[in-house]
Structures are given as structure tokens and as C-alpha cells.
Write a protein that binds this ligand. Structure first.
Ligand code: ATR
Length: 305
């Protein structure tokens, strides 16, 4: 059961989301529900921070003994240079979406500050993680029943989200990745990164011949009702895909997902990815398993009413 959050006390602790814009974010609803269900006297806020303010905002959160931060568009790459240490996997994916503020314990190990009283916090460091990458894989597995090893994937988009998704799919052992993007140079950068780290994956730009197991939309096309489809169906008809995943979750069914359903594909939107990146962030901060059903319900209520 989701317990009602107690009143804010002088000892209440804080996590926050930094983004620009953030006012439509569903993360506060999801995280506050999760924290309350775990019985934590923590609150999760959202701050609209411009790129020029990012470094000061992270330093300010640390000085105020926040437990941690999430980062969303457009801060995920820039934040890499604003933290003291970056996890090895986040270095590989090239972006962070989670920061944990850490202190040294009695054995001299760095641990999250969530378990300490805010008075106990002297020597601190900021540690960057990426929870988006694993969340994509987990959502594809749960929502599309897709085991990625050996699959062929067509990815639409090559921005920050595309880079993380492409690299993480390659790490999962897909056979082939084809990347289509309006700006081909950005797709070629992902091709280069994958060839360097995962030379066994067949990776190229442009539409493939034949079928794919998955089309993954990592563009922002579909957020607005009158957006064109993110792929050219005269070149690559949707009935050549087994499943279509749209990272967009609002609207629940984009034009791409409607067209994919009509073409007989299995479909899923990005809500599961949002859920799992948030759950893994909460686990990094509090060291306990996240209450997934509670967080999922809060997310669905917030996004779909
Ligand atoms: P994110 O961090 O969410 O990936 P991003 O880095 O701004 O955000 O990437 C947005 C993606 O959507 C890019 O692939 C972008 O294409 P470009 O690399 O050519 O900019 C794609 N995108 C956005 N608007 C688009 C449009 N009108 N037509 C085609 N692609 C578009």
C-alpha cells in the first residue's frame, strides 16, 4: 500500500530532477510514491535549470545535502563533466541521468548519503550513473517479450537517447543495428562508437533490406499529433518489423504505434523505460528494492489520468 507521506520535517531529505523544461515530468509523482511506500521521509522535487546553471545547481544540491539528482533533457551529457566520478558503464554510454551524493563510511568506502543524518556529512563526492540504458533493455523484455541477443534492430534517431540505446543494444549482443536519422553525421558517430566497442555487431546507417525484429523510435517525432512518422514507410513498410517500441509515452499511442498495430506488429511505448530508470535510481539512493507496482501506478495516474 502507498502510505500517505508524512508532513515535511526539519529532518526530511531531498532528491530532485534537473531539466529544461521539467514542468510536465511524471518523475516527482513516481518517486514520491515510491519513497512514501518505502517509509522514507524523503521528498523528490523538480527544478527547471538552464544549461548555463547546471554546474551551480549540482554544486548547490550537494551543499544542501541532497541525497541525489536525476537529470533529463538537455543535461545528460553536460552533467558528465560536473560530477567527481562517473560509473564505468555510464562512461561507455556517454551520458548520466542519475547522481548519488556519497560520503566515506568507517571503513573508508564511499556510500550513498541516504542512510546518514544530514549532520553527518562532511567529505562528500558526487557519483554519476546511467539508469536509462538498463531500463531500455528491461522494458523491451517485459513489454515486448523480446530477448535481444541475435536480433536485428532498426533504430530511428541518433540524439542522446539514440546513442545510449544503440550502445546498450550492442552490449546485449544484437546481430545487426541499422540507424536512420535526419542528420546522418550523428548516426555515423553512433556507428563509429559501436564499431569501436562491439566489433561483432553489424552496424550501418540507412534502411536495411529484409525484416527486422524491432524498430526502436528514439526521435522526438510523435510528441505532437501532427508530426510526420519517424520512418519512411514507402522504403521500409512496417509489416517488415516484428515489434515496434516508441520511447515516447505521451501520447500513449503515437501515430507510429497506431500504424504498427495496423501492420500487425507488437507494440510498446516508453512508460516502462521511464519506470525502470526511476526505480534503479531510487535503488541507488536508498539501497533497497524499489516498490515497482506502486511507482508504476503513480506514473500511469500522472501520465494518463
Ligand atoms: P534526446 O536526448 O531525447 O535523444 P536529442 O539529442 O535532441 O534528444 O535527439 C532528438 C532526436 O530526434 C534526433 O535524432 C533528431 O534528429 P537530428 O539528429 O537530425 O536532429 C530527431 N528529430 C527531432 N526533430 C526531428 C524532425 N523534425 N525530423 C526528424 N528528426 C527529428
Amino acid at each position: 500500500m502507498n502510505r500517505p507521506a508524512a508532513e515535511i520535517q526539519s529532518t526530511s531529505r531531498v532528491c530532485a530532477l534537473l531539466g529544461h523544461p521539467v514542468k510536465h515530468s511524471a518523475s516527482p509523482a513516481m518517486q514520491n510514491a515510491g519513497m512514501a511506500a518505502l517509509g522514507l521521509d524523503w521528498r523528490y522535487l523538480a527544478f527547471d535549470i538552464t544549461p548555463a546553471q547546471l554546474r551551480d545547481a549540482i554544486a548547490g544540491a550537494r551543499a544542501l545535502h541532497f541525497i541525489g539528482l536525476n537529470l533529463t533533457v538537455p543535461h545528460k551529457v553536460a552533467a558528465l563533466s560536473c560530477v567527481d566520478v562517473v560509473s564505468d558503464s555510464a562512461k561507455l554510454w556517454g551520458a548520466i541521468n542519475t547522481i548519488r551524493f556519497e560520503r566515506k563510511n568507517d571503513r573508508g568506502e564511499w556510500v550513498g548519503t541516504g542512510s546518514s543524518a544530514a549532520t553527518d556529512l562532511r567529505e562528500l563526492r558526487s557519483h554519476g550513473f546511467n539508469t536509462d540504458a538498463d531500463a531500455i533493455i528491461r522494458s523491451l523484455r517485459e513489454d515486448l517479450a523480446l530477448e535481444l541477443k541475435g536480433t536485428r534492430v532498426l533504430m530511428l534517431g541518433a540524439g542522446g537517447a539514440g546513442m545510449v540505446a544503440g550502445m546498450r543494444l550492442a552490449a546485449e549482443g544484437i546481430t545487426a543495428l541499422h540507424i536512420v536519422n535526419r542528420t546522418e553525421l550523428k548516426a555515423l558517430q553512433i556507428v563509429g562508437a559501436i564499431r569501436q566497442h562491439y566489433p561483432r555487431v553489424e552496424v550501418s546507417t540507412g534502411y536495411p533490406a529484409g525484416r527486422v525484429d524491432l524498430i526502436l523510435n528514439a526521435t522526438s517525432l510523435g510528441l505532437n499529433h501532427d508530426d510526420p512518422l519517424p520512418l519512411d514507410t514507402s522504403v521500409f513498410p512496417l509489416n517488415r518489423a516484428g515489434a515496434v517500441y516508441d520511447m515516447i509515452y505521451r501520447p500513449a499511442e503515437t501515430q507510429l504505434l497506431c500504424a504498427a498495430t495496423q501492420a500487425g506488429c507488437r507494440i510498446a511505448n516508453g512508460l516502462g523505460m521511464l519506470l525502470h530508470q526511476g526505480a534503479q535510481a531510487l535503488e541507488l539512493w536508498c539501497g533497497q528494492a524499489a516498490p515497482l507496482p506502486v511507482m508504476r501506478r503513480a506514473l500511469e495516474e500522472n501520465v494518463y489520468g
